[in-house]
Design a protein around this ligand. Sequence first.
Ligand code: AMP
Ligand code: MG
Length: 519
Amino acid sequence: MLNFDNRFVRELPGEREQANRPRQVFGACWSPVMPTPVAAPTLLAHSREVAADLDLDDSSMASPAMLAALSGNALLPGMTGYATCYGGHQFGQWAGQLGDGRAILLGESVNRRGQRFELQLKGAGPTPYARRADGRAVLRSSIREFLCSEAMHHLGVPTTRALSLVGSGENVVRDMFYDGHPVAEPGAVVCRVAPSFTRFGHFELPAARGDHALLQRLVDFTIARDFPDLSAGPERGLAAWFREVCERTALLMAHWLRVGFVHGVMNTDNMSILGLTIDYGPYGWIDNFDPGWTPNTTDAAGRRYCFARQPAIARWNLERLADALAPLLPREKAVTLAAGIEHYDEIYSAEFCAAFAGKLGLIRWTQDDGQLLDDLFELMRLSEIDMSEFFRQLAQLDIARPDPDVLRESFYREDLRQRFSPDLVRWLARYSARLRHDGQPAERRIASMNRANPRFVLRNYLAQQAIDRAEQGDVQMLHDLLDVLRRPYDEQPGREAFSARRPDWARHKAGCSMLSCSS
Ligand code: AMP
Ligand code: MG
């Protein structure tokens, strides 16, 4: 059973207004709101690991009362519906109030081990922050969020989780590429789970409005509830907390680069204060290695949020958070926030090097390895090498007699494979010499590389195939993917199809390489 203890609404100011209509919300961190019921909910999938974290067994997941709660048709005892108020910088510009427009929190569940989880429905109807939108979500984007957040968790990447995916039995109208072609699509509701869904934008909004009292309350609450290890005096507390946020964000960026993940919309309202991957929208996975790639068609011109820029953007976002927090510190203490940003730089480069040392099978990173890796990236880019396939196969290289043939499958184009073969041979010779210098036994190196280089990631085209079938009423592939992605670092005989590099038909297909924010 779920046991609720709803600190956010108990300890932070909320609105009294009960009406569910769009408005600007001042002096409050949240607004009460009930989910809007759906016509014919069905549980399409759930994560047994998240259910276990919440102490939910199979019979409680199967109960009608649970389905009603997960679809937004009723609350369970102890639940309370609310949406939170935040702002954000979108594509570099201050966007004012945003808030949970289609996310409704149901409360905080505390499990038997004392771990606290916020439960949040996404797509359960409009809130006071919905502006003119409908508060709903389509099945395709809900499948993408459900599958990817679980896949990321199993890859070891910090992330919000997903307990359930419920089909609403209702249609939602979306103009997928904003080009005047609205289509009715099946709707869905995902129940997301995380210790906290608080975003950088939660702090930015009261700061932008000059409401320092509210800002201070939110900071104090966040440190107390979400960072219990940090205490001490109020000023040191703030700077130490910001430093911790910087550190977690740095770690997250190293993870994204390590696994080849592109978030797609790194606005400050999509940055988790806990350093979790949050808000799975037009994200994508690197197929052929291209540092400038973004799946988000809305960002195609500027490529602000492309793969390789993510660490720099995260830093920019941290600077915006620092700007928001600065008024809470006496002027002479503002430098402590700048020190947090410097800490970000240090941790990010240390984590990036450690991650790629692991991927390359090096015992430890040394200065010269930077050049080796840069040269590899350039070769991968020019010859259109598949990132996941390449790194996974690299462990199979015989470093006494390096043969480029073990990497054959990581090329998308035969002409490029042949053209860049001499470069690959030269690079492999340098790399093998580097590994021989380490002198690590092959079995040990292979085992560690296999722990660093996933065999299975949620390739864009696989997610799209699961979506196409689910839209036809067949959720088998969705379940198969969920299962395969539970053990991404294991070879899974019989499951090879789920690690195959992108087929040609998917190269320029909507949903596979191009996505919009319409979801
Ligand atoms: P996103 O681009 O999903 O991060 O959303 C940016 C803002 O728009 C957030 O305040 C969302 O809650 C809101 N939003 C996005 N889609 C919808 C929708 N269908 N209904 C209501 N609000 C939405
Ligand atoms: Mg968002």
